[in-house]
Design a protein around this ligand. Structure first.
Ligand code: C2E
Ligand code: MG
Ligand code: MG
Ligand code: MG
Length: 282
C-alpha cells in the first residue's frame, strides 16, 4: 500500500495528468487561432410562442469547426476560453455577428428578438457594458431587442459586481435572463431582488414531463414562481409532443427545444419567419 502522500501515488497518476495537461494546452492553442482563422460559426435556435406556435426570437449558439478536431461543442471549449481570458474576444464576436444577423432578419420580421449567452467572467469585466452597447449600436440593433442570458451560478458566485453590471445593462435597455434555472442554488429571497426579465426553466424539469403528477406539480410551481416574480418564462428542452402539451397546459408562454426547432444554420431561419414553424404535433 502506498503511503498517503508518498511518491508511489505521484508515479501512478503522472502519465494521465501529463496527458490531460498536454490536451489542455493544445486545445487552448487551437482555440487561440480559431477566431482569426474564421473557425467559429453561429447557429440559431428559435424561441417559440407556445399559444400560436410562432417564432418570436432566436438564441445564438456558438459552434467551433476545427479543421483538426472536427466540431467541438461549447461545453468542451468554453471552460478553456473562460480560463484563458479568450472568452472576452469570442463573446464580442458572438454579439457582433448575431446582432448584425438579427438586425437583417428584422427587416422581414420586425420585433424579432435575440438571446445571447454571456459567461460570468464577461459580465463583470470592466468595459463590458460599454462594449455591449457600442457593438449593438454598430450593428443597428436596438438594445431592447436583446436579452443576455446568465446562469444562476454566475449570479450567485459573486453577486455584488454581477448585480451592478445587470443594473447598468438594464439602464441601457437590455433585457436579462436566468438560463438553466433550477439547476443552481439561488435562494428565493435573492431571486426576488435580481434585476432580471426572463427565466429559462432548465430542461431537467421538462425532460421529466413524461409525466407523473409530481413532475407536473413541480414544473407548475416553477412556472408560477416566475409569474409571481413578474418574469417571462421560457421552457427549455421541449423534445416531444407530450412535453409540449404539458407546458402549454401549464400556461407557459414561451418554449425552446428539438421538438419545436433545433439550433439551425442562419440560412434556415428566414423561411420560419415567413410561415408558422414547420413543426407539427404528432
Ligand atoms: P444553453 O444556453 O442552455 O443552450 C441550450 C443548449 O441545449 C444548447 O446546447 C442547445 O443545442 C441544447 N438544446 C436545445 N434544445 C434542446 C432539446 O430539446 N434537448 C436537448 N437535449 N438539448 C437541447 P449547445 O449549443 O451545445 O450549448 C451548450 C451551452 O453552451 C449553452 O447552454 C450555453 O450555456 C453555452 N453557450 C453556447 N453558445 C455560447 C456563447 O456564444 N457564449 C457563451 N458564453 N456560452 C455559450
Ligand atoms: Mg442559453
Ligand atoms: Mg439553458
Ligand atoms: Mg447554459
Amino acid at each position: 500500500r502506498a503511503k498517503k502522500d508518498g511518491p508511489g501515488r505521484v508515479v501512478v497518476y503522472e502519465p494521465a495528468m501529463h496527458a490531460a495537461a498536454l490536451d489542455y494546452l493544445s486545445l487552448r492553442a487551437d482555440l487561440q487561432r480559431a477566431l482569426a482563422a474564421g473557425e467559429f460559426a453561429l447557429q440559431y435556435q428559435p424561441l417559440v410562442r407556445l399559444d400560436v406556435e410562432s417564432v418570436v426570437g432566436v438564441e445564438a449558439l456558438l459552434r467551433w469547426h476545427s479543421p483538426e478536431r472536427g466540431v467541438v461543442t461549447p461545453s468542451e471549449f468554453l471552460p478553456i476560453a473562460e480560463e484563458s481570458g479568450l472568452i472576452s474576444e469570442i463573446g464580442q464576436w458572438v454579439l457582433a455577428n448575431s446582432a448584425r444577423q438579427v438586425a437583417a432578419w428584422r427587416r422581414r420580421r420586425p420585433g424579432l428578438t435575440l438571446n445571447v449567452n454571456v459567461s460570468g467572467r464577461e459580465l463583470v469585466r470592466p468595459g463590458f457594458v460599454e462594449d455591449v452597447t457600442r457593438i449593438l449600436a454598430a450593428a443597428g440593433l436596438p438594445t431592447n431587442a436583446v436579452t443576455l442570458e446568465l446562469t444562476e451560478s454566475v449570479l450567485m458566485s459573486d453577486p455584488q459586481p454581477a448585480v451592478l453590471a445587470l443594473n447598468r445593462l438594464r439602464a441601457r435597455g437590455l433585457q436579462l435572463s436566468i438560463d438553466d434555472f433550477g439547476t443552481g442554488y439561488s435562494s428565493l429571497a435573492y431571486l426576488r431582488d435580481l434585476p432580471v426579465d426572463e427565466l429559462k426553466v432548465d430542461r431537467a424539469f421538462i425532460a421529466r414531463t413524461q409525466l407523473t403528477g409530481r413532475d407536473m406539480a413541480l414544473l407548475s410551481s416553477i412556472l408560477e414562481l416566475g409569474h409571481i416574480l413578474g418574469l417571462r418564462v421560457v421552457a427549455e428542452g421541449i423534445e416531444n409532443a407530450a412535453q409540449l402539451e404539458a407546458v402549454q397546459k401549464l400556461g407557459c408562454s414561451l418554449g425552446q427545444g428539438f421538438h419545436l426547432q433545433r439550433p439551425l444554420d442562419p440560412a434556415a431561419i428566414p423561411p420560419l419567419l415567413e410561415a408558422p414553424p414547420a413543426y407539427r404535433a404528432a
